[in-house]
Design a protein around this ligand. Sequence first.
Ligand code: ATP
Length: 303
Amino acid sequence: MEEYPLTVPSRSAVRVRVPAKINLHLGVGPLRDDNFHDLATVFHAVSLYDELTLECGPPGIRLILESPDENVPTDERNLAVRALKLLAEHANIEPAVTVRLRKGIPVAGGMAGGSADAAAALIAGDALWHLATPPEKLHELAAQLGSDVPFALHGGDALGTGRGEHLTPLTHPYQRHWVFVTAHEGLSTPAVYAQSDRLRKTTEASDPAAVIKALDEPDPQALADALCNDLQEATLNLRPELHEVINAGEAAGALKGIVSGSGPTCAFLVRDAEHARRVAENLKNYPTTTAFGSVDGAQLVTN
Ligand code: ATP
């Protein structure tokens, strides 16, 4: 009798929605022996989402982009494919899935879109294959896939240490509103870190305490005053035109503009949703999108 792989699932399709992140604080410490930097960062999940759907398919893992983009690989370089492969190996099954990916997170924009897709793939694969993987194990697999992947599983606000994979949740009752200015051309994260190593006079990570304290304050101005990104100097050095973007956003009324992660997306903190709409309108010469945070991490969508 023919043997079927252990992949015959009882669910025919699952859909997962996963948010982008920004770093309210990005403190970059010394380069470690494993070539990562020690970080002291405050992650904040925002309401820009990628959506990933898994369906049973022919043997293997096939990824289809809903809107083809030459900057997003569809082969094993795609982090969602790598995540499914790792999960299948861990569960000792032969994957047979088709992945449909809808990108809502800017690509190579410093908002961890690839990492988000890896987290979404772990949640989706776990559900499709009925694995019931313990959360600690999912976190461990996520950390193997990339420094930002564990946070994309958890969402909310969190202090990230190590290379960003050790998370301490930060809870508070306040919602924050943002305007993002996106760029047509992405930036390579390793190139920004390398430039930062060349430019920074210190290898000490700046202290996230001010942002952590400001998260507990209702007035968004306190958070605006505390926002900090140690990579910003390097990003602005590689993309001097972003100085103009930050100035334009602040002139348009934002409380504060900051480069998101390694950039080139710029994040502008505003007072509320209506203020976000007005600032975005004032920035009509730039590609903008509005969002709020924090939001939950990767979630199954049921409907
Ligand atoms: P990082 O997470 O390294 O800070 P980023 O947030 O700036 O990166 P991503 O959108 O994750 O940017 O894309 C970085 C690169 O990762 C892309 O240029 C692309 O080649 C590759 N990549 C792999 N998988 C994906 C994916 N699922 N979505 C987008 N890019 C991906």
